[in-house]
Design a binder for this molecule. Sequence first.
Ligand SMILES: O=C(O)C(=O)C[C@H](O)[C@H](O)COP(=O)(O)O
Length: 217
Amino acid sequence: MKVPPIFEKLESAGVLAVVILDDIDTAVPLAKALLSGGVNAMELTLRTEAALDSLAAIRQEVPDMLVGAGTILKPEQVSQVIERGALFGVSPGFNRRVVDSAATEGLPFAPGIATASDIEAAIELGCRLLKYFPAEALGGLKYLRAMSPPYHHLGVKYVPLGGVGRENLAEYIVDPLIAFVGGSWLTPKDKIIAKDWKAIEELACQARTTIDAARKK
Ligand SMILES: O=C(O)C(=O)C[C@H](O)[C@H](O)COP(=O)(O)O
């Protein structure tokens, strides 16, 4: 199965900033701060009213940012995010109707998985990049290493989200099961509210340095 080019780009980016935005005016400066710090991939979660317009604004004004949509819980949200320019989509769990809708509409999509049954359902629908969520609470790499062997030969890779941060980033990123990592630690709510873009740039820069160093070893 061919990996969509956007997933190859995200794999080389190494890290996906998960963002919960309440104010559309913060979208573009936030994306620029991440980019200046060396993080060129972000997921806007559809948990707030500002998410869809923020997605469109970032696509328009920060063209180098690889931006997608997260928390896609309903099939009809797939066309909504495509209209705003989303390059990819993810969801916290596995919902067959959402995965079908993404396939029909042509949106590269990584559904969430937490069990072997989820993985098998996703594989059956053609998915090969799966969001491992909530990674740390489920048992981190130990659990994933135990669960994944039956699917290795199919070329399945995982994106751990949920509890990934500065302390465990390096350990995840070098594991061959992992395509890239993601999380909200790069975009703390208090820093967004304070419009402290320097602090966010610094967090992005730390993540970039950690990933590049870990991958070089
Ligand atoms: O809602 C979604 O689609 C999500 O993407 C869930 C996020 O991946 C996690 O909430 C990130 O977890 P933390 O980094 O621990 O905050």
